[in-house]
Design a protein around this ligand. Sequence first.
Ligand SMILES: O=C(O)CCC(=O)C(=O)O
Ligand SMILES: [Fe+2]
Length: 333
Amino acid sequence: MSKSFRDNPVLGSPLLNRMGLHAVRLVTAHALNRLRLFTLAPLVPAEYRREYRRNGFVVIENFLATEEFAALEAQLRDCKGEVRECIQGDTLTHRILLDEDNLELMPACRALVEDKRYERLLKYCAARLKRPLYYVQSIKNGFVTGNSDPQKVLHSDTFHSSMKAWYFIDDVDADRGPFTYVPGSHRLTWKRLKWEYRRSIIGRDLKDGYSEKGSMRADPEDLVDMDLPGPRALMVPRNTLVVADTHGFHCRGSAAPGASRLEIWAYSRTNPFNPLPGLGLRVFSRIEHYLARKYWVWQDERAAKRNGQSSWHLVPTAKMGEKPRPLAPDASS
Ligand SMILES: O=C(O)CCC(=O)C(=O)O
Ligand SMILES: [Fe+2]
């Protein structure tokens, strides 16, 4: 769904936003999300629904039995499949799309994504019945020389609810950039609505690189303005599942250079103006995977013509488990 104030002259119009365009989009999207969540309530036990509605995230430790976790970990430490890399500041993200071919190569991953508890919780939190996209993901902090990682600044991904989930294979302590969330910041309170309204009027002129594209950054004063508590870093042991509504303010915590985090990452975003949760047909996922791969190849070809590399470029599979090399002496400056 279109969200950029800068690139969309209608959504970015100061006049229309002064008249309430952004605010109306927010209120409508939130009301319809509540309706879809209500429809999907039977999928998930009441305690998780309450936690998600109250905080905007759910944390489940010891998600898999010890032997299941061990099998999954062994498979992920020796990953198969095509790895794509994205460089953001000094941080690398490596991802393997878990489509049918890769699930065939990694049956322990299939066992997780077909685990009904996992699938139903993610679908409920996404308020959508279509399967989320699943990836093996490794976040490698300070593996390259660059500016700071933009994911480490507190932000809301978009104006409406969307679901992301992390099933951690590594212990996530303070050094490994723990997922960090402002509890309750997914709710559309009157103060949040006023903050969003004011921001939307100047949205297209904001210059932090993200807010103007519709992913609002928030600093500590903004949180005070919205009566929100401080961010909570979710330092959790391996074998923990975290599911979050990334409309709420969140970021990746700061990390020690060279620290990495391995996880199964899932993502689902819906049309926020659709009142229905849709269908869960597998064929939709197959089409989505096919289109994603085509898109990446098209981006590779375009980048090659400029003698560059696409933002999600291919790297050898062995890079997934790679340890950091010593950085250049100026890397930390
Ligand atoms: O990796 C993380 O902990 C959070 C990154 C983030 O902001 C996102 O995936 O939307
Ligand atoms: Fe985010």
